[in-house]
Design a protein around this ligand. Sequence first.
Ligand SMILES: [Zn+2]
Length: 281
Amino acid sequence: MKQDIYQVEQIAPQTWRIDECGRDNCYLLCGSARALLIDCTIGTGDLMDVVRTLTDLPLTVAVTHAHGDHAGGGYQFGTIFVPRAETDRTWRGPNMRVFRKQLLSNRMKKSGITKANVRGNNLKTNWLPYDDGAVFDLGGRTVRTAAVPAHTIGGMVFLDETNRLAFLGDTVCPVLPMHTYRALPLQSFDDQSDRLTTLLDGYTLFCGHGDGRVTHELVQKQIGWVREILAQHPANAAKHGKQYYPAFDPSGCVGYDPANLYPTDRKKGWTIASWNSILRG
Ligand SMILES: [Zn+2]
């Protein structure tokens, strides 16, 4: 097995960002009694081994949402907590079997990570549901979840109330991912924006991709951009595909699907074929 898949960065006392070959991030938080791993990557390397180099505390694993690049490594841990709305077989089945392999980035492939690195059957992993407001007590450190249904229906933000650190998963990333597999209509992000602003006030923000950093300024810019997109498109466009607003910029923009703006418009059947078309872009 390749040994250099995961890079570790300490981002705060007893808190680490674990980067899976530049593809996605998970976060390890330690209290005095327990450790919490927020998200668990695609699982292309031995993540459990990395965690064990950082702590030997009893470990809880919980994911912000059930996309394969956040929950895929769950097979290494036996049991993971997953937002209740995403524990069903439609998330666990093709999402894990097929999409985890498709999610390998070009950078991963250049680094020698292949589909053969994607192991483990997540249907054998125990997915325990958790809800909005769930509390993970790590001993002198309390982490609370807050539901923000936008990127996905069950999407959660994790708030370390003791240290004022917020872990957003994909709720907000530099490229706001509202154009991905099973993203809710773009209007959902607008619906959540006031709550999100209030929730995150005073917190340092970390997300599931890139170097993990998200500024409050970027969050407010994206809220504004989403409103501009909706104002410019009073109804769904017929075309299906991904677009970026105001233009593609890895440091900040909105990714969206013109055919998935409003919940009142036609329901889109998320199929493997439609996901493939998005991946091919
Ligand atoms: Zn995601």
